[in-house]
Design a protein around this ligand. Sequence first.
Ligand code: GUN
Length: 307
Amino acid sequence: MTARVLDGAAVAATIRQRVAGEVRELADQGVVPRLEVILVGGDPASRVYVGSKGRACREAGIRSDTHVLAADIGAGELRTVIEGLNADADVDGILLQLPLPKPLDGRAFLDLIDPGKDIDGFHPTNVGLLHQGRPSFAPCTPAGIMELLDAGGVPLEGARAVVLGRSEIVGKPMAALLLARHATVTTCHSRTRDLAAVCREADVLVAAIGRPAMVTHEFVKPGAVVIDVGINRVDDAALVARLYPGDAARAEQVAKKGYTLVGDVDFVAVGAVAGAITPVPGGVGPLTIAGLLANTVLAAKRRRGIE
Ligand code: GUN
């Protein structure tokens, strides 16, 4: 391993401390920021994420309630929940956990959220502002990655950045944020021709494609900064042994829990080529939650004209 490991957990802790300080200042003015989370159905990963988000809010002094709704809820009923939260003057932020169970269309419901309470930054108004280079609420994961790059002293101006993945949650907003910082940005995806060669041009490579260990050393220019957004559950003990040779803790996780979390990057192989890399877990994941807290406090301030 030659790459420097970028410590997302440490940067996230710094952001959370900053946010907790802002929450204390708001408390002096009688304001308690409030985030409402909507979870539809029982997707196990979503339940874990939502639980972590709620805990982090409470630790930071943010009030947070979760609305757990049945997977077969009607579109009209879900719309009523969102409209009720939009109308509730005490609510600062609304988070609709994605993905929604079929046949509900996530995008249609994100469109209903009041843009001033859209702390995920997924409403078309906020997406438009982001792409104009004047972000209102920048989506939490890419915003956290920008903080990590800055904390790591990674130069962005004029750098070649490649974003692997074009999701609304990570890939597209990530590209917009990097472009706003004057990187030369390429977004690629599963249909990109000669994917490895395109990625190999990157000074900064962000992998957000949702396929375990897909990014091998062939995708990475020596010395590049590699950010791994993937969180994939891998239950194949042989694959885990191949990806993490001699890693007894990983093997034990698979044996005990039935899986281990693997990023989109082959961490060991790429770590031997890259200049810097984020681990999974402990890299990007904690930054997403920190970004969520920061956006909730921002919403609480903006709604009261405090900036
Ligand atoms: N599902 C996975 N990531 C996210 C996120 O950042 N926000 C929401 N609302 N749902 C998600």
